[in-house]
Design a protein around this ligand. Structure first.
Ligand code: ADA
Length: 561
């Protein structure tokens, strides 16, 4: 797994990324597969998406991955997966140790008593759409659901007491005080376990604790003189925790996100967000994001003059978030979703799956100072009364897990929305000049949205346009500047940005739809409006080659304001 800091100085961690054995099993029930009888006749990169490779392009079905490793020290181990799509079952030496549904989030598979010798890990991965197994992934979403072990895998050696996660939240920026929570588990309750915390070159906690089978230890400490984090000065600090024989390191920033004068603010400084939506999709790698691609995407995001990225429509790669922390790029992190119907939103098993996914998203990303808000349920029917409980439950979960950040959802029903009172930030997806009206209608529509939000009692909340854009087939130019031309897209985005910069200051945030073109679903209804099977609203094409709109946006975002 590639990160920008080492997460364990003492715990033995083995990186399992590389090339694993692979078998495409096809339309097979995983319950009928014996992991010992699989014929592994192929190889596959981990991380990677098997269905983005030429040999398996577009393939849907059950697949199997296998790797082997030498275990010298018998005992307890943990496999850490940073993302598998959509459903998987993990076997350690042919015994099932974990099932997981939903890509884009980290989960663990615990191995309680590994024997010394060669060990075998087999992962059955299923990228078929199956309501009962993978309720979060629906086949009509406007992006292609690639499958595979899409993010890194590690094997951790564990002892009697282990740290399962750290949360470092800023309690008070001025006092430089942070609150630390150490989530742990233990084989047996134990007394007097040594706890030390080092931060900024100092020991800030040195003591001992009694541990139960699992629990949370909370401490707060001050870091006199430590530099706060802000977009213009993204200072980061490492905290290193030791509990018994185990350890974990996290990186964090001292900063407070709040609202000032109906704008989002970092450390009391109101923000104007200018950015893009970003999908983790690439023709050759699918959802897997090689480090070189993440670095290149961020070079273009910065070159465009953006200070903001909406991670549409699922949690982004941990390395991407590390880089945003370092570069001072602000991030909206949201749980997976795209126009879920009421049948889903009112189904308790769907809500349970969303809650589990939200818990994983927050656990893996809560310490990134770049994340300034959490979101849920992109463009779902927030205007239908029966869906309000779903919004209540998911947003409440976010607030409980992390009281320090604002919460939101992107609404495409702003005029009839029934749940905006539940959010801290009003976020509106709209497509004037594309799905309805022409270029001339854009300023009026943006003004109407702002007036409606204020008129319906949300005048104190930040208002952002979380999506707006137009399709452009790469290289398609035409003297008429008609729809699908690069010229039309560039003119539309220019009209939007100029109006927000010069005419409409109630709207303090913008994330253009979208940074790069990306493959969409195979559902025919969608494909009829998606030339090349791509969502062509990128200011870059799918290989990140700039369209005309890139230059237009860059000229406006990067200018002095
Ligand atoms: C919606 C949706 C996006 C994308 C976009 C479009 O706003 O949230 O994911 O589908 O429309 O291109 O139409």
């Amino acid at each position: 797994m590639v990160r920008r800091f080492i997460q364990h100085e003492r715990r033995e961690v083995r990186d399992l990324d590389g090339v694993w054995d692979f078998a495409f099993l096809g339309d097979v029930d995983p319950d009928r597969v014996d992991p010992g009888s699989i014929v592994f006749d192929d190889v596959m990169a981990v991380p990677g998406c098997f269905d983005a490779t030429p040999g398996h392009a577009g393939g849907r079905g059950l697949v199997a991955y296998r790797t082997r490793m030498r275990v010298t020290d018998p005992g307890r181990y943990r496999l850490v997966f940073d993302g598998v799509h959509h459903w998987c079952r993990v076997y350690w030496d042919r015994s099932p140790v974990r099932e997981h549904a939903g890509g884009f989030t980290r989960f663990f598979a615990e191995v309680e008593d590994a024997e010394a010798g060669w060990a075998e890990v087999v992962v059955l991965v299923d990228n078929r759409f199956d309501d009962s197994r993978s309720p979060l992934h629906l086949d009509y979403f406007d992006w292609y659901h690639f499958g595979g072990i899409t993010r890194g895998v590690e094997l951790h050696r564990l002892g009697e007491v282990r740290i399962d996660g750290l949360r470092v939240l800023t309690e008070d920026v001025e006092a430089r005080r942070v609150a630390l929570a150490v989530d742990y588990s233990a084989t047996e309750p134990a007394r007097g376990v040594r706890l030390t915390v080092e931060c900024g070159g100092r020991t800030v906690v040195d003591g001992s604790v009694d541990v139960e089978a699992s629990g949370r230890i909370e401490r707060s400490f001050e870091l006199p003189g430590a530099e706060p984090w802000s977009p213009s000065s993204p200072a980061l600090h490492l905290v290193s925790v030791r509990l018994g024989e185990d350890d974990m390191v996290e990186r964090f920033g001292l900063r407070r996100v709040g609202v000032e004068g109906a704008r989002l603010a970092v450390n009391g400084e109101p923000l104007t967000l200018r950015g893009v939506n970003r999908h983790e999709s690439h023709p050759q790698f699918g959802h897997a994001q090689p480090p070189g691609l993440l670095v290149a995407d961020l070079e273009q995001i910065r070159d465009l003059g953006c200070n903001f990225v909406r991670g549409s429509h699922y949690p982004q790669d941990p390395l991407f978030l590390d880089l945003c922390d370092e570069l001072g790029i602000l991030v909206w992190s949201e749980s997976i979703g795209w126009q879920y119907p009421a049948e889903r939103l009112t189904d308790p098993s769907f809500i349970a799956a969303q809650l589990a996914h939200i818990d994983e998203m927050v656990a893996a990303a809560v310490n990134h100072p770049s994340i300034i808000m959490w979101g849920v349920l992109n463009e779902s029917p927030s205007h239908e009364p029966e869906n309000r409980p779903a919004y209540e439950k998911l947003l409440r979960e976010l607030r409980v897990l992390d009281p320090s950040r604002p919460v939101t959802y992107a609404s495409n029903h702003v005029y009839e929305d029934l749940s905006l009172d539940l959010v801290d930030v009003v976020a509106v997806n709209c497509y004037p000049g594309w799905y309805e009206g022409g270029l001339a209608d854009i300023p009026g529509e943006l003004d109407r949205i702002a007036a409606h939000v204020d008129g319906s009692g949300h005048e104190d909340k930040p208002l952002i346009i979380s999506e707006i854009g137009a399709g452009a087939v790469p290289g398609w130019r035409d003297a008429h500047h008609g729809m699908w031309t690069e010229e039309y897209q560039a003119e539309l985005l220019r009209t939007v940005i100029e109006h927000l910069d010069e005419g409409q200051d109630r709207i303090s945030g913008l994330s253009i739809w979208v940074l790069g073109d990306f493959r969409t679903t195979d559902a025919k209804d969608m494909l009829l409006g998606r030339p090349r099977s791509m969502n062509d609203k990128g200011v870059l094409d799918e290989y990140r080659r700039p369209k005309q709109a890139y230059g237009a946006v860059r000229g406006l975002f990067a200018r002095e304001r």
